[in-house]
Design a protein around this ligand. Structure first.
Ligand code: NAD
Ligand code: DAU
Length: 335
């Protein structure tokens, strides 16, 4: 069996490739990634020289390269590649529209042309918008994206849906909650908190810090995607989440406690414009149909993750050098 993964040099994509190589020794994986600021070949350095793994640098908006890879007729395409950071989408949305919408279109067209038999669109719970203090997102919750990022992901989902409906294209969609684990770029909340805490820098908490996210260990997400790819029903949407809700301020405090750092490092800063208050996933459908559930307890996964970043300080220092600094200076100058 051979699969094409897009965006495999990023956070979840690299975890997924590593997971699949571990679990399926005979599987061949091609990874198409543009290597934006978020993509990093160091995330898969351990697979260098692996005869079952091939990296291709390229843009999913480039139909020539996409057609070429699809003509190898992969058994499945797992589409992770995206611009993913909400704050960036608030400052500059064009690359989100290009990659997340146009890029998904290019993949769909090429996959349809080559009669690819399975296409998994990796989407997000953010397409559903924000929740009040109670209730959970189900697959029937209406789409109500609030940021340019989530709007571009929702647009991609609708394109995928239209190809299923119009062309009988064999696609499935997954919508997962917030992931945490190794190799997450430290502009995202958890690795940012860990990195700042280890350096004794302030931890920026948006607004009142009471926004709620539903955290899932990346490896549990990878296991769910594998199930959906192999056993999911074509045309279906599967929500994925850990029933594990925490306020941001609670998570930041856990990080400080684990690192033995003082709470005086917490710094409340101006809120994110349009900040979604709460996400929570009802993962009942994937549980019932595909026998999946989150296995990693948050406290264990968090401790493991913190240790991972502390043991990979060189990785953190490398990805937070150069453009990263310029980005943060620009972000905070605007606040
Ligand atoms: P990430 O930002 O860490 O990685 C994205 C990867 O896509 C990078 O390697 C980047 O180089 C690549 N990429 C970007 N534009 C590209 C293009 N035009 N062509 C080819 N490659 C390109 O992202 P992530 O957090 O690993 O998220 C992966 C997917 O999962 C995304 O589709 C995201 O919407 C979805 N998702 C993420 C989370 C989360 O908590 N991180 C939760 C649910 C869903
Ligand atoms: O829910 C899935 C989504 O989770 C994915 O689709 C996105 O790609 C991913 O980035 C993530 O989106 P969030 O906006 O929830 O993640 P982020 O890490 O940016 O922020 C998590 C929470 O922490 C959110 O409420 C904003 C807050 N935050 C974030 C940063 C970067 C802070 O308080 N301070 C910060 O510095």
């Amino acid at each position: 069996m051979k699969i094409l993964v897009t965006g495999g040099a990023g956070f979840i994509g690299s975890n997924f490739i590593r997971y699949m190589r571990e679990v399926y020794p005979d599987l061949f994986i091609t990874n198409l990634d543009k290597l934006t600021y978020a993509g990093n070949l160091d995330n898969l350095r351990d697979l260098e020289g692996d005869s079952h793994y091939r990296f291709v640098r390229g843009d999913i908006c480039d139909l020539q390269i996409v057609n070429e890879l699809m003509s190898a007729r992969p058994d499945a395409v797992i589409h992770f590649a995206a611009e993913t950071h909400v704050d960036r989408s608030i400052h500059e949305a064009r690359s989100f529209v290009e990659t997340n919408v146009l890029g998904t279109y290019c993949l769909l067209e090429a996959a349809r042309e080559q009669r690819v038999e399975r296409f998994v669109q990796i989407s997000t719970d953010e397409v559903y918008g924000s929740l009040p203090p109670s209730g959970r997102f189900t697959e029937e919750t209406p789409l109500s994206p609030n940021s340019p990022y989530s709007a571009s992901k929702a647009a991609a989902d609708l394109l995928v849906r239209s190809y299923v409906h119009t062309h009988r294209f064999p696609a499935l969609i997954t919508r997962c909650s917030n992931n945490y684990g190794a190799y997450q770029f430290p502009e995202k909340f958890l690795p940012l908190m860990i990195n700042n805490a280890r350096l004794g820098k302030k931890l920026p908490i948006y607004g009142d810090g009471e926004n709620v996210r539903d955290w899932l260990f990346a490896r549990d997400h990878c296991r769910a995607i594998d199930r959906v790819m192999r056993k999911g029903r074509v045309g279906e949407i599967y929500n994925i989440g850990g029933h594990n809700e925490w306020q941001n301020i609670e998570v930041a405090r856990l990080v400080l406690k684990e690192l033995g750092k003082p709470e005086s490092l917490l710094q409340f800063v101006q809120d994110r414009p349009g900040h979604d208050r709460r996400y929570a996933i009802d993962a009942g459908k994937i549980g019932k149909e595909l026998d999946w559930k989150a296995e990693t307890k948050f406290e264990d996964g968090l401790r493991w993750t913190i240790r991972w970043y502390l043991e990979h300080e060189a990785w953190l220092d490398q990805v937070t050098s150069g453009d990263y600094r310029t980005y943060y200076e620009r972000m905070y100058a605007k606040r």
